[in-house]
Design a protein around this ligand. Structure first.
Ligand code: ZN
Length: 268
C-alpha cells in the first residue's frame, strides 16, 4: 500500500512496506510543491530540460530540507538507460559527481540516493538485515536489460544479502493503459517468461501495450525476491499528469520527479 503524505510543501508517496522497516527515509515525490513554472510546474528536479537551473537547484534544496537530508548528501546519477549499477562506498562516487549509471547502492547512513523519472519505473530496494539500500531507474531499455535484478546481484555479491530478505517498492510510472510501444520494444520483451502478462496487442496494427512495472516485478520474482516483499504503486504518470511529470503525455516537454531513499542516521 502506498500513501500520500506531505512534508513542508512537498507532497509525496510513501510505501508502507518500506516505512514499516523503520530503517530508512524514502519518498516518491509528486510534481507538487516546488518553484518551477509552466511545463516544469512545479517540483522539477531535472537539469536536462528547458527549466531554469536556479529553480531546479531550489527544488532539490526544498526536498533536502523537508526530509532532513544533510547538505550535499543527495547523490543522483547521470541516467543513461543502461544496466550499470554503481556502489557508493568509501571509494565510490559522492554527491556532486553524477556517475553514468542507472542504479546506485549504499550502506552509508545519512546519504540519500535518488532517481529522476517522468514515466520510467523508479525502484527502491532495502535489505533490512544487512542494512543496505539501492535504487534503479527502469525505462523500457533498463527493464529489458533487467537492471532491477542487477541490484539484487550486487546486494548479494558485495553485502552478503539474501534475495529473500530484500524489500522493494515500485513507484509511479506510466501504466499499461497509456504505454503504447512499437515493434523494437515488443521484440525486446516478447521472448521473456510471462511476456503475455505484461505485453498486450492493441487495436492498432503493429502496436502493443507494455506494463513496465509488471515486467520489473516478474523479473524480480524470477531472481528470487519474494512476491510479498514487492510493493507496487498503481498510479499511472500519464493519466495523472496533474500529480506527476509524464514524458509521454506532455510529448517530451516536462520535468522530472525525484524518488529517493536514505538510511536514517544512527541506523547502523
Ligand atoms: Zn494511464
Amino acid at each position: 500500500m502506498f500513501r500520500f503524505k506531505q512534508r513542508g510543501a512537498i507532497q509525496y508517496l510513501e510505501a508502507e512496506g518500506i516505512s514499516a522497516l523503520d530503517l530508512v527515509t524514502h519518498a516518491f515525490c509528486t510534481r507538487l510543491g516546488g518553484v518551477s513554472e509552466g511545463h516544469f510546474s512545479s517540483l522539477n528536479t531535472g537539469f536536462r530540460v528547458a527549466d531554469r537551473e536556479e529553480n531546479v537547484r531550489r527544488n532539490l534544496s526544498l526536498i533536502a530540507d523537508s526530509f532532513s537530508i544533510p547538505a550535499s548528501r543527495l547523490v543522483l546519477m547521470d541516467q543513461v538507460h543502461g544496466d550499470r549499477v554503481c556502489i557508493l562506498d568509501g571509494d565510490g562516487p559522492s554527491s556532486g559527481s553524477f556517475p553514468a549509471c542507472d542504479g546506485l547502492i549504499t550502506d552509508r547512513p545519512g546519504v540519500a540516493i535518488g532517481i529522476k523519472t517522468a514515466d520510467c519505473v523508479p525502484l527502491l530496494f532495502v535489505d533490512p538485515v544487512r542494512r543496505v539500500i539501492g535504487v534503479a531507474h527502469a525505462g523500457w531499455r533498463g527493464t529489458a536489460l533487467r537492471i532491477a535484478t542487477r541490484v539484487i546481484d550486487l546486494f548479494e555479491q558485495r553485502y552478503a544479502s539474501r534475495a529473500e530478505n530484500i524489500v522493494i517498492a515500485v513507484g509511479p510510472a506510466i501504466g499499461v493503459c497509456c504505454y503504447q510501444v512499437d515493434t523494437p520494444v515488443y521484440a525486446a520483451f516478447s521472448a521473456r517468461p510471462g511476456a503475455d502478462r505484461f505485453l498486450h496487442p492493441c487495436r492498432e496494427n503493429g502496436r502493443w501495450m507494455l506494463d513496465l512495472a509488471l515486467a520489473n516485478r516478474i523479473a524480480l520474482i524470477e531472481r528470487g525476491a519474494p512476491a510479498g516483499n514487492i510493493f507496487s504503486d498503481g498510479h499511472c504518470t500519464a493519466c495523472r499528469s496533474d500529480l506527476f511529470f509524464s514524458h509521454r503525455e506532455s510529448l517530451g516537454m516536462t520535468g522530472r520527479q525525484l524518488n529517493f531513499i536514505m538510511i536514517k542516521d544512527g541506523c547502523r
